[in-house]
Design a protein around this ligand. Structure first.
Ligand SMILES: Cc1cc2nc3c(=O)[nH]c(=O)nc-3n(C[C@H](O)[C@H](O)[C@H](O)COP(=O)(O)OP(=O)(O)OC[C@H]3O[C@@H](n4cnc5c(N)ncnc54)[C@H](O)[C@@H]3O)c2cc1C
Length: 519
């Protein structure tokens, strides 16, 4: 039997596992990265956000990982790493569909919402084609000196006085790895959750949902009926994470620059069971038959791999860390692909765990920071589930859905801005979940939105949402004249400098640093 000891064992070599392992290595800790499969491989979860890109940028600087830096913006990615496929993401596009009817834009654009995330292509976000992206990162980890064992299936984890003992098989041979500390990056319901028999903790306010997804070729463009004659949208609507909303669920369409499109559906049990998601591709076809505009877009498309059915999307582990182990946020829980919250949540956690590792593996400082990490991770997952849960509750009340989405975008853009200004303490926690006023307002708003409301109360709620957004709105989201198209504009940041405790000059310098030109 092969037996080896490391200070840190990271289990799971998705992007998060590889990044975490490289950071631990940079901290001078002997690190092993263990993967049950082999790269390149398919994995879902592709659409990035400004906050995720920024966190990756921070990590590349702080931990001296310069080869990660080009992946933080579309422009640098295309110039320096064009061999790694990705998609251009200028924003978040939403269209509201009704079953049995084609999507047709009306003059007021009532059934759409476009929120720009970047002012131009150069600095835009991306969809990560994970087969290439993860393969690149795991290769870089090995180049750096991280030990890597692939095709290693771990089945047992035992906590001992000196560390953790992990056992399993590598290419059918028994393997045993001991480590002072284990970081689980194997995704929801992953290795440690199973091996330690951790409890599951259901979200307080989130419906049971299922997923069905695949990669496709020959996906068509949005038909003419999606455009608004005489008006130019803030960015090309398909250069985005495109969300097609229908009662009880939504479809994502993410286009990569290699001819592949990632598409799938997340829906409540009622919709998923009726369409029999467990039948795979036939269910996808049945759904498209109900959505004529999407049937047109996917008319000539074919899947390049079998459709994957996920019978339960949302998950939260009741315990996130022990004395000698921790689950990354992506292993501790998952809410829904809606709003692409997975990457930023994960990268925030990766940074926090690395921060804890800096205080040494044995001291009380490490234990304290790990405890804080665990608490905050659960709080952030719960907050995300409230936001996204309220969106599920309003998929058939699109006016309210749009306002609630703006609440999310306000918190996200505020958080990104204060981080870029070097003041992360102003947005402590994902989506301002520890802000004494905003967090309370979000809770109240989401609880109300989950209920059936009269037109009058719904109107009042929309006003309440706008009031809650205002103090944090650095992106023109409360400018009603823009509704429902919100471009990403440097002038909004300048105008709202005081909301982030900054001078106009500081904002100008920040914009120059991140390559954002005046509007
Ligand atoms: C349907 C769906 C859509 C999503 N879309 C988005 C999105 O658009 N944007 C976003 O931000 N997030 C999205 N997410 C969330 C996103 O997938 C995760 O946040 C992200 O993949 C986490 O990356 P990771 O590296 O932690 O784990 P993963 O990407 O899940 O990688 C885990 C790795 O661990 C390995 N592994 C598993 N078990 C073992 C074991 N026992 N031993 C060794 N290795 C093991 C696996 O083979 C895999 O390589 C989505 C999730 C789902 C389910």
């Amino acid at each position: 039997m092969s037996k080896q000891h490391f200070q840190i064992a990271v289990v799971g070599s998705g992007f998060a596992g590889s990044v975490m392992a490289m950071m631990a290595h940079r901290l001078g800790l002997s690190t092993v990265l263990i993967e049950r499969g082999r790269h390149p491989r398919f994995v879902i979860g592709e659409s990035s956000t400004p906050l995720a890109s920024l966190l990756l940028e921070e990590i590349s600087e702080e931990y001296d990982l310069p080869f990660v830096r080009p992946l933080c913006k579309w422009g640098t990615w295309q110039k320096q790493l064009p061999q790694i496929a990705c998609g251009l993401k200028r924003g978040f596009t939403f269209y509201r569909h009704e079953f049995g009817k084609p999507f047709i834009t009306d003059a007021e654009r009532q059934h759409q919402l476009l929120v720009g995330a970047s002012a131009n292509e150069e600095i835009a976000d991306t969809h990560w084609y994970r087969a290439d992206f993860d393969h690149y990162l795991v290769t870089q980890a090995q180049n750096l000196g991280v030990r890597y064992f692939d095709e290693t299936l771990l089945v047992n984890a035992r906590e001992e006085t000196t560390g953790m003992r992990l056992t399993g098989t590598r290419r059918d041979e028994p393997v045993e790895i001991t480590a002072d500390f284990v970081i689980d990056a194997t995704g929801p319901r992953g290795f440690m959750h199973q091996a330690l028999g951790l409890p599951e903790k259901p979200f307080a306010a989130f419906p049971s949902t299922q997923g069905l997804f695949s990669h496709f070729q020959n996906v068509g463009s949005l038909p003419e009926s999606f455009s608004t004659p005489g008006q130019t949208p803030p960015y090309p609507p398909e250069q985005a994470a495109v969300h097609h909303i229908f009662p009880g669920g939504w479809i994502w369409v993410l286009k990569f620059n290699n001819g592949i499109t990632s598409a799938g559906v997340a829906a409540t049990d009622a919709v998923a069971n009726e369409l029999e998601f467990n039948s795979g591709e036939p269910a996808w076809r049945r759904l498209l038959e109900r959505l004529p505009s999407l049937a047109e877009i996917f008319g000539s498309a074919h899947s390049v791999m079998p459709c994957v059915h996920s019978p339960r999307l949302a998950f939260q582990s009741g315990v996130v860390a022990g004395l000698r182990w921790a689950l990354l946020p992506s292993a501790a829980g998952f809410v829904d692909p809606l709003l692409s919250t997975g990457f930023p949540l994960t990268l925030l956690g990766v940074k926090r765990i690395a921060g804890a590792l800096k205080s040494g593996l044995r001291g009380s400082g490490f234990r304290r920071r790990l405890g804080e990490y665990a608490k905050l991770t659960l709080m952030e997952l719960e907050t995300t589930s409230r936001f996204v849960g309220s969106l599920y509750a309003t998929m058939d009340r699109f006016d309210l859905f749009k306002e609630l989405s703006l609440l999310y975008f306000a918190a996200a853009s505020y958080s990104e801005t204060v981080r870029r200004l070097g003041k992360p303490e102003l947005a402590d926690g994902f989506l301002l979940c520890r802000h004494p006023v905003f967090a309370r307002q979000v809770l109240q708003i989401c609880e109300l939105a989950n209920q059936p409301l009269s037109a009058e109360v719904a109107g009042e709620l929309r006003q309440t949402i706008r009031q809650a957004i205002k103090p944090f709105d650095v992106a023109g989201l409360t400018d009603e004249s823009r509704h429902p198209w919100y471009p990403a504009m440097a002038s909004d940041l300048l105008r709202n400098a005081r909301k982030v405790n900054a001078s106009e000059n500081q904002i100008q310098m920040m914009l120059a640093r991140c390559g954002c030109k005046p509007d």
